[in-house]
Design a protein around this ligand. Structure first.
Ligand code: SER
Length: 291
């Protein structure tokens, strides 16, 4: 499947489930002084996630170009980029965990045809303020994901806001627990440099995160606590480049059709093969991402 076919199939899948397609926001946002660039699909939707009615309704689907300069030091490995396209579906106070996780699973296993046995999921382990997300774990089990492929993580991995953990969120920022889906590359061997045991969030390259369902239901208050938003929202985001990689059996996003022209152009200019060494590959990825 090409990246173009993935874009098309994602939009069609969610349109078929009552979602209206919205146009992406510009990479440099208008009337939003909070960040320099659009870093996530949720950013232009913040007023609607907080409760303002969206003119197109409560179910939206989009493809949002996003720029995350905070990830710049990660670029060079096989999965991180500062610029990417985020496939997003949105429930603005409409459906919640059951529908979202079921559709997410259906999209990955049926539309993209990913082997269910290669998919792992993570859910939020909870804090004093926010309960453990047993509801998502139950939905995953009902979809056939066995207990041993469901992992619990804390605020560092399974909480999403633009600023990170609940503690780091400034007053007025919204966020919530999330549930991620990972693809396992059987042919990538675990590297103990990254820890004794491999697990979905291990950085050795055996696992790649391909989608994140955020349950945006909290807002940070002035006194440092979290309050419930007037509605429970879903913010799903999945990187197009990563989906294009896994669907074609690549554990490296720079092998996809998205990056092929850039990689070829760098090979031509330098006379060096992308595949010649890992050291060269790192330089290629940095140049291709920055281009
Ligand atoms: N906002 C979440 C993320 O960027 C999901 O869209 O991962």
């Amino acid at each position: 499947m090409t990246s173009g076919q993935i874009r098309e199939s994602y939009i069609k899948f969610f349109e078929g489930r009552g979602h209206i397609k919205i146009e992406p926001a510009p990479l440099v946002l208008e009337n939003d002084p909070t960040t320099l660039f659009t870093s996530a699909g949720m950013q232009p939707l913040i007023p609607y996630l907080k409760g303002e009615p969206h003119p197109k309704g409560k179910r939206l689907v989009d493809i949002q170009p996003s720029l995350r300069l905070q990830d710049i030091e990660e670029v060079g490995d096989a999965s991180h980029t500062t610029f990417f396209e985020m496939l997003g579906n949105w429930s603005l106070g409409d459906y919640f965990k059951k529908e979202q996780l079921s559709w997410c699973w259906e999209f990955f296993t049926k539309e993209l045809g990913l082997e269910a046995e290669r998919l792992y999921v993570s859910v939020f382990e909870g804090t004093k303020e926010v309960p453990k997300d047993t509801e998502s774990a139950e939905v995953w089990k009902s979809l056939g994901v066995p207990e041993e492929r469901i992992f619990y993580y804390g605020v560092d991995k399974n909480w999403w806001s633009r600023s990170g953990t609940p503690e780091a969120m400034p007053e007025g920022e919204i966020g919530g627990p999330d549930s991620e889906v990972f693809f396992e590359f059987e042919d990538v061997k675990h590297d103990k440099k990254f820890g004794e045991e491999c697990h979905p969030n291990c950085q050795c390259g055996r696992f790649m995160e391909i989608g994140n369902s955020v349950f945006i239901q909290y807002e940070k208050k002035e006194d440092g606590t979290l309050s419930e938003l007037p509605q429970k929202n879903v913010d799903f985001g999945g990187g197009l480049e990563r989906m294009a990689a896994v669907v074609n059996g690549y554990s490296d996003v720079f092998l996809t059709d998205v990056y092929e022209p850039a990689i070829k152009a760098i090979e031509k200019k330098t006379g060096v093969d992308y595949a010649s060494s890992e050291e060269n590959a790192i330089d290629f990825r940095v140049i291709a991402d920055h281009l």
